[in-house]
Design a protein around this ligand. Structure first.
Ligand SMILES: Cc1cc2nc3c(=O)[nH]c(=O)nc-3n(C[C@H](O)[C@H](O)[C@H](O)COP(=O)(O)O)c2cc1C
Length: 391
């Protein structure tokens, strides 16, 4: 882990600073892929407005206090109540992003969730993530591939499974389309023009090569009809074989196969949580996919209280969508979450500062979390979770 200079943190003290710098360093197509929602990005704005509207009442005169951010989830202790959400096609935004973030997670002791659509394999990430590895499953059509993915994840040391529920079909994501994103990324004159104007990205990408969907390449080769390991075939393969397959019966099969905690990610309707709990799902992932799937979705934070009431402590609640600060983490915990994931915030950090990006984001979130805990007069994560009962 390379250390961050204090000057760097002082100059870029917020995720919004990293976002601005990331935008300057990424070619348009990679920037749009990272930052976009879908439709008119209304759900993205709704997430922000929903969070800004959550206010909390501080209490004072508690004397000198120190803040402890340690959190327990599914019987494991993490240093913070937050981790890295699964991000697909990561290498397009920055080469080796998965390795950078997995190293930061291992260093600080917060979870890193590797996506099925990752540009690295579980075998590679397993060696750097230590015991902080979570694995995200986009359910493949072929049972044999599903079984093999789960086995590879388990054998590589990933202990917590995240099954993504909120991608019943691909979303349109018009911004990426306008910017010229085609899967796989093609070397068109437009792409070259975008890339040469972003030399840091271009040099890093030249050094590591264009991203490949390494996780699934193995299955593309074994298909017979798709016999090359190129991203063309891999992305075609993912599109055809991983979409729209999840049902309650499928989930039950995964439940039976996975010997460890499962988080069902992307729920917004209380009814869905009831079924999930009934079949032994350990964590309810309240999320609108960062506003990237359905522009008519409510702000995830607005769906949280209803789900918390329905779940009533029978499963953990893992929240994501729109988190950009330690204060946002507190807001989600106060409204009923047990744990929080951040997607874009971590990727803004990597795009802004490469190797140091994961640590830079962790430092911002930790400082902001502790400061705002102090402002509120709480010293532990458990006390934050009690706040909703008081307000
Ligand atoms: C670039 C990008 C790629 C993503 N890829 C995946 C993925 O492969 N699997 C998944 O379950 N969620 C994926 N997500 C959704 C995130 O896991 C998470 O729900 C979302 O980023 C949370 O919102 P935030 O970015 O505002 O923190 C992706 C999000 C982004 C921004």
């Amino acid at each position: 882990m390379s250390t961050i200079l204090p000057d760097q943190l002082a100059k870029y003290p917020a995720i919004s600073d990293l976002r601005k710098r990331a935008k300057r360093r990424l070619p348009l197509v990679a920037w749009e892929y990272l930052d976009m929602g879908t439709g008119d990005d209304v759900a993205v704005s709704r997430n922000r407005t929903g969070l800004d509207n959550v206010t909390l009442l501080p209490q004072f005169l508690k004397g000198e206090q120190t803040q402890n951010t340690e959190t327990k989830l599914f019987g494991r202790t993490y240093a913070f109540p937050f981790g890295v959400a699964p991000i697909g096609l990561t290498g397009l935004m920055w080469p080796n992003a998965e390795i950078i973030l997995a190293k930061a997670a291992a260093h600080y002791s917060f979870p890193y969730c590797l996506s099925t659509a990752a540009t690295q394999t579980p075998e590679t990430i397993g060696t750097v993530v230590g015991n902080m590895g979570w694995f995200q499953l986009y359910p493949p059509r072929d049972e044999a591939i599903c079984d093999d993915l789960l086995k590879r994840a388990r054998d590589s040391g990933f202990h917590t499974l995240v099954v993504t529920a909120d991608v019943p079909a691909a979303s349109r994501r018009e911004r990426a389309s306008r910017a010229g994103l085609r899967l796989p990324p093609r070397i068109t004159p437009r792409f070259v023009w975008q890339a040469v104007r972003r030399p840091a990205w271009a040099i890093a990408t030249l050094r590591h090569g264009l991203p490949r969907l390494r996780m699934v390449e193995k299955y593309v080769n074994s298909e017979g009809t798709l016999n090359s390991a190129s991203l063309t075939n891999a992305s075609q393969f993912v599109g055809e074989r991983f979409g729209g397959t999840l049902s309650w019966a499928y989930l039950q099969r995964v439940r039976d196969l996975w010997n460890g905690p499962i988080v069902l990610k992307g729920l917004l309707h209380p009814n869905d949580t009831e079924k999930a709990i009934g079949m032994g799902i350990d964590g309810i992932g309240v999320s609108n996919h960062g506003g990237r799937q359905f522009d008519g979705a409510p702000a995830a934070i607005d769906a949280l209280p209803g789900i918390m009431q329905q779940v009533a402590g029978r499963a953990a609640i893992v929240f994501d969508s729109g988190m950009r600060s330690g204060l946002d983490v507190i807001r989600a915990l106060a409204l009923g979450a047990d744990f929080v994931l951040l997607g874009r915030a971590f990727m803004f950090g990597v795009a802004a500062f490469g190797e140091q990006g994961g640590a830079h984001v962790a430092e911002i979130l930790l400082a902001d979390l502790k400061t705002n805990m102090a402002q509120l007069g709480v010293t532990t994560i458990e006390e934050i979770k009690q706040l909703h009962q008081e307000t």
